[in-house]
Design a protein around this ligand. Structure first.
Ligand code: CS2
Length: 359
């Protein structure tokens, strides 16, 4: 098992790469979507994008990331002695009509196929994505982790304000549509059909390119957020995703914290075993949590309901040799809240991986 660090686009600096290397990471996962440039997230520093109803701003991105752009970033990561394990998330500006079943979806899926081929050419083995209309939205911030550390969670429900027309996945893709109404109502069945269409189009291309598509579960895992349906909001629902198009290229971005927050009473460890046995886990997000939907809090890696060592022992048993990154951590009161939070988590994860691997 390999330890990695996830960096947002604006965090892709030589200092942060050196930081990752110094703390024992061998791999980097990069969010190339610039969530923090503007909108409600602007100026929030390194804190995670929360997803307030105003969204993260406008995306003007229309072209997929080119071979040159990707190769430049890769060279920089490798110069720091690290390996680029995955990109996390498509820019809404290049695939909004795939999510919305809009008129540009055919053209956009061709662009996504080109992006996947670009990843294959540059040698980036995983493309993480979140097939979601509302995206990561509707969580509340509070001082609820150990010692009053700032964190996020849900307090009995989530945001159900409708998504404005022109916005999807927390970003505005067409400012001219703002103020003209709301996103058309969608059913769960329709959203599953959209995912199935997307996977049937793209998985064969990904397979040929040697790239794995890896779906993130819905965070927060409510059946509806902002009046829009969610896909994977209970743990067994991932099996339906895998069965749509069985292939090593149709895989899971396994956010263990989100899975543990899910309702329905399904056993986390049994299901992790089910997915690990199928070789379906592309990479892992690790954090801890207290509670399940509709009320839960994200907490420090060592203080929640998830038995991290038990998770790693399951992965070890099934030969998982992919990358594990710390997911969101509470912000630690210090001159560098994000860096200290991640450093604490990285040290803990590194130790647990070592114990699990020692058998
Ligand atoms: O801040 C973060 O890293 C998260 O919000 C992501 O884990 C997010 O849940 C996924 O990228 C969604 O695809």
């Amino acid at each position: 098992m390999k330890l990695g660090l996830g960096l947002y686009r604006h965090q892709l600096t030589d200092d942060n790469l050196a930081y990752a290397r110094q703390l024992g990471c061998t791999h980097i996962v990069v969010h190339l979507v610039d969530y923090f440039a503007q909108g409600d997230q602007a100026g929030t520093g390194d804190s995670q994008p929360i997803g307030s109803s105003g969204g993260w701003g406008v995306t003007r991105v229309r072209d997929v990331w080119s071979v040159d752009e990707l190769a430049t970033i890769k060279a920089r990561i490798e110069a720091a002695g690290l390996i680029w394990a995955a990109i996390e998330n498509f820019d809404p500006g290049v695939w909004y009509d795939i999510l919305l079943d809009g008129p540009r979806k055919e053209a956009q899926v061709e662009a996504i196929k080109q992006l996947i081929r670009n990843l294959g050419r540059v040698g980036i083995p995983v493309m993480g994505y979140n097939f979601s209309l509302a995206g990561v939205a509707g969580r509340a911030t509070g001082l609820e982790a150990r010692g009053g550390a700032e964190t996020v969670g849900a307090r009995g429900g989530t945001d159900q304000t409708p998504i404005p027309a022109g916005m999807v996945w927390n970003m505005v893709y067409d400012p001219d549509l703002l103020g003209t109404g709301v996103m058309p109502a969608t059913t769960h069945a329709e959203l599953w059909d959209r995912l199935a269409w997307f996977l049937r189009e793209v998985v064969p291309v990904a397979e040929a390119a040697g790239v794995r598509l890896a779906l993130h579960p819905d965070d927060p895992p409510f059946p509806m957020v902002r009046q829009a349906p969610r896909l994977v909001y209970e743990i067994p629902m991932y099996q339906r995703v895998l069965d749509l198009v069985p292939s090593p290229a149709n895989a899971i971005e396994c956010c263990v914290g989100t899975l543990s927050e899910m309702a329905g009473g399904h056993d986390l460890y049994d299901w992790l075993e089910t997915y690990a046995r199928q070789g379906a886990l592309a990479y892992l997000h690790m954090r801890n949590v207290v509670g399940t939907v509709p009320t839960y809090t994200e907490v420090f890696i060592d203080e929640g309901q998830i038995d991290v060592l038990r998770v790693f022992r399951i992965l070890q048993k099934h030969g998982f040799d992919g990358v594990i990154i710390p997911d969101h951590t509470p912000m630690v009161t210090s001159p560098a809240p994000w860096h200290v939070g991640k450093a604490f988590s990285l040290g803990y994860l590194r130790a647990m991986i070592a114990v699990a691997e020692a058998g």
